[in-house]
Design a protein around this ligand. Structure first.
Ligand SMILES: [Zn+2]
Length: 98
């Protein structure tokens, strides 16, 4: 993953950028998109290949073990600094598949 602020490659598991001191935990995470499996894996691999920091928030509700329909929805969150970049990628991807 790359630092959303200075684009330097972050070392794995690092939560603070060694280059600019950006703290990943202090990032303002914004919703990029909502997807349904298996598209979550497609988007995740796309974000990884472009080094875009992201979080996949999968619904995991203990009292509802069966995830069907809206419950299986996956929220894709990115730091606000890379939102426009990530949106452009998704747009490209959706155009290619048409
Ligand atoms: Zn940085």
């Amino acid at each position: 993953m790359n630092c959303p602020q200075c684009k330097q490659r972050l070392t794995s598991q690092s939560l603070t950028c060694a280059n600019c001191g950006y703290d990943i935990n202090s990032a303002n995470w914004v919703l990029l998109t909502k997807v349904y499996p298996p598209n979550d894996l497609v988007i995740e691999s796309l974000l990884i290949s472009y080094g875009i920091l992201h979080k996949m928030i999968r619904h995991d509700i203990p009292q509802m073990p069966v995830t069907v329909g809206p419950l299986a929805e996956v929220k894709v969150m990115v730091p606000e600094q890379v939102l426009s970049e990530a949106q452009a990628l998704l747009e490209e991807m959706s155009q290619e598949s048409e």
